[in-house]
Design a protein around this ligand. Structure first.
Ligand code: SF4
Length: 479
């Protein structure tokens, strides 16, 4: 769900898990707090206390939910998994909050999932025909139904059996009465890392959540790998056919927190290097470089360093615009972007500026920001974007508008410049983006990335989209 003041793509989920720590529930709440940028709509934690599974799943921000008296204290046990969720489309959202839990014949299974299954609707249709009764509209539940129907005896085998039938992108954590499990799909589209806190094992979408609890980073979970953690240690399985590695390059552009290290690369450093590439590819005669805060800051620093132009904060962000402003009245809607960003007039007056942002989705916010900067006295606005034009929708766990609503799908570069009303507009090239990550595109080296929202080169067939002939999302209501 995009607020009226926010024209970004959004990651739909973050996951976290702890095995073997007496404060597992509280540590998971802290971990989810660090992953809040991956989902602000709802959060949930499931623990196992040696006898039973305990669940707290609520709508709201992590701090509001687990800061409350009782919610974290209820979460007894040394093992836990948690989830933050971005958004939902209509209907009741509480039933979609993860982790999801079910009693299977081999024992209880809780799952928290980041990603999107590209055949979830077909699976769901088939499962419903076979008599499955779904409680939620989330495709995570399809994994649970598939595991429940598996003929294998043990829960881990059931989960592997279920995952062999799903297609798409997933990084998930699962909890049984005796095991913490972490799995990444064979393409490794979404991140998942392993950490250690004393004797406890940690799984997390990003390393920033390891830092918050003082855990050490051990390694990335490999694409197609399943780790099974028990009191006897950690076992690494590779039950799925290997595929070419295609990590989501947009994690570096915008989704991941800049202090995280994903797939061996510090996100902040990559973003700065994207800005440097952008400066080389698209220089501008200007007086200063201004970021659209916060997400444009690292790339703007890189652009300033490579161009020799001064970096200044010409736009100040209000960090306290929250979900309270999701539905402003029509009378104040026109204020829009100013509630989140305000121009620093003293800095901008009479200046030619390079304005740096991470991406353009619909272009509506970009247009308003350019207008705001001009109203504050900037004489020229050269808009520079630290990603290639977003021309295609994502099917792998990112909330994207329909392709037809993406500015870069509708208009060419000059058309976009006209729409945004900038003096010049440039995007970093796909080659420049890859160079910034330290990888070369389309050669034999690995890892390659998924860059489908820039190129239309989808590594995983969006099966549902073909079948149902429309854009799908993780959270689409399914009939
Ligand atoms: Fe990431 Fe774009 Fe690929 Fe989606 S389509 S996984 S946002 S690179």
């Amino acid at each position: 769900m995009t607020t009226p003041f926010d024209d970004k793509l959004h990651e739909e989920c973050g996951v976290f898990g702890v095995f073997g720590h007496e404060d597992a529930g509280a540590l998971t709440a802290l971990g989810l707090h660090a992953l809040q940028h991956r989902g602000q709509e709802a959060a949930g934690i499931v623990t196992f206390d040696g006898a039973q599974f305990i669940s707290e799943r609520h709508v709201g921000l992590v701090g509001d939910i687990f800061g409350k008296e009782g919610h974290t204290q209820n979460l007894r046990g040394a093992n836990a998994i948690g989830h933050v969720r971005y958004s939902t489309t209509g209907g009741s959202i509480v039933r979609n909050v993860q982790p999801m839990f079910a009693d299977l014949s081999g024992g209880g299974l809780a799952i928290a999932h980041n990603g999107n299954l590209t055949n979830a609707r077909i699976l769901r249709r088939d499962l419903v025909r076979e008599g499955a009764i779904f409680q939620s509209t989330s495709d995570t539940e399809a994994i649970i139904h598939l595991a429940a129907r598996s003929r294998y005896e043990f829960v881990v085998e059931k989960l592997i059996d279920a995952l062999k039938r799903v297609e798409g992108a997933y990084s998930l954590v699962a909890l049984t009465s005796k095991k913490l499990i972490g799995v990444r799909d064979s393409y490794g589209v979404r991140p998942l890392v392993l950490g250690k806190l004393d004797d406890a094992w940690i799984l997390s979408s990003e390393t920033c959540a390891l830092d918050i609890i003082g855990a050490d980073f051990v390694r990335d979970i490999e694409p197609g790998e399943m780790v099974v953690i028990t009191v006897d240690g950690i076992e690494s399985l590779h039950p799925f056919p290997p595929k070419p590695r295609r990590f989501c390059v947009f994690e570096y552009v915008y989704f991941a927190r800049p202090d995280s290290v994903v797939e061996g690369k510090n996100v902040y450093e990559v973003r700065k290097r994207i800005g440097m590439e952008l400066a080389r590819e698209a220089p501008a005669a200007a007086d200063m470089v201004i970021p659209v805060p916060d997400s444009g800051v690292p790339a703007a620093l890189g652009y300033a360093a490579a161009s020799g132009l001064p970096f200044e904060l010409g736009i100040i962000r209000n960090h306290y615009v929250g979900r309270t402003f999701i539905e402003p009245s029509d009378r104040i809607r026109h204020l829009g972007v100013k509630l989140k960003h305000n121009a620093n007039r003293e800095m901008l007056e009479g200046k030619r500026i390079v304005l740096v942002d991470d991406s353009i989705v619909r272009g509506t916010t970009s247009q308003k920001i350019v207008e705001m900067v001009r109203d504050a006295g900037a004489t020229e606005v050269h808009f520079r974007i630290a990603s290639p034009p977003t021309t295609h929708s994502c099917f792998y766990g990112v909330d994207t508008p329909n392709k037809q609503d993406l500015l870069a799908h509708k208009l060419d570069l000059e058309g976009m410049r006209n729409f945004i009303k900038a003096d010049s507009l440039a995007f970093v090239s796909i080659g420049g983006l890859y160079r910034a990550t330290g990888e070369a595109r389309r050669n034999a080296r690995i890892p390659q990335f998924c860059d489908a929202c820039f190129s239309g080169d989808y590594p995983i067939e969006p099966t549902d989209a073909g079948e149902f002939r429309r854009q799908l999302s993780l959270l689409t209501e399914v009939v």
